[in-house]
Design a protein around this ligand. Structure first.
Ligand code: SF4
Length: 220
């Protein structure tokens, strides 16, 4: 496993106007710069490593993280400014476009958590929280309190532990063997298995809250 380097730095801005594949959102919000997921230097498919932001620190992508120490304070100021202009109710935010908001160090720093608490005080139209980390469960009550204003998008790379290991991703064993056994599946890969997942989510959350898209993210 590569050594990781962590540092804290204040940020001048919390929200960044978007474009490109995120043009459906007004702003992106990145509590961290860099990413510590992936033992071999980030997830192999990560597009962020090709962006200029991946070179603000020396060391290869996946080995360092800069935490934006004053994120919640900056966000509070920027949302208050949007509120003053009457734009809060139309504001859509994607968190995060160039990092995962649930880095392991989030457990100690709580930057993402503090940002979510700011949204409780300044209700925007929508925030999409994109993560691959089960750490998001710690904030489930805050996310629940945001109601329809929050969308959680959770990356599930694979249902096969061999693929997970080959990807070099630093994630826990998925426990899929046990899950498959529980549901009586005999094979690791069962075409259409994702249907069960979608049906299970729809039965818990309702049809209108489970969004399936091949066209990318949308604030809806
Ligand atoms: S978790 Fe996201 S940002 Fe981090 S390396 Fe993987 S794809 Fe890139």
């Amino acid at each position: 496993m590569s050594a990781k380097h962590y540092s804290l730095k204040p940020t001048a801005r919390a929200l960044t106007p978007t474009g490109g594949f995120l043009k459906g959102f007004a702003f992106s919000l990145n509590p961290y710069i860099g990413c510590a997921f992936g033992d071999g230097g980030g997830c192999p498919y990560c597009y962020v490593r090709m962006l200029p932001i991946a070179r603000v620190e020396s060391g290869s992508w996946g080995t360092w993280v800069i935490a934006k120490s004053n994120l919640a304070e900056r966000l509070e100021v920027e949302l208050a400014a949007l509120e003053k202009k009457g734009r809060l109710a139309e504001t859509t935010i994607f968190m995060s476009s160039a990092t995962d908001p649930y880095q392991g160090i989030e457990r100690r720093l709580g930057l993402t958590r503090a940002a979510l608490e700011v949204f409780e005080r300044h209700p925007i139209r929508r925030i999409l929280i994109q993560t691959r980390s089960p750490l998001i469960e710690h904030d489930i009550e805050i996310i629940r309190a945001l109601g329809n204003r929050a969308i959680v998008s959770l990356t599930l790379e694979t249902d096969d532990d061999n693929v997970r290991r080959a990807n070099g991703a630093r994630s826990k064993a998925l426990g899929m063997r046990e899950l498959y056994a529980k549901h009586g599946y005999e094979e690791w890969f069962r075409p259409g298995a994702e249907r069960d997942l979608i049906d299970a989510m729809r039965s818990r959350l309702g049809d209108e809250r489970v969004l399936i898209s091949r066209a990318g993210f949308s604030a809806v």
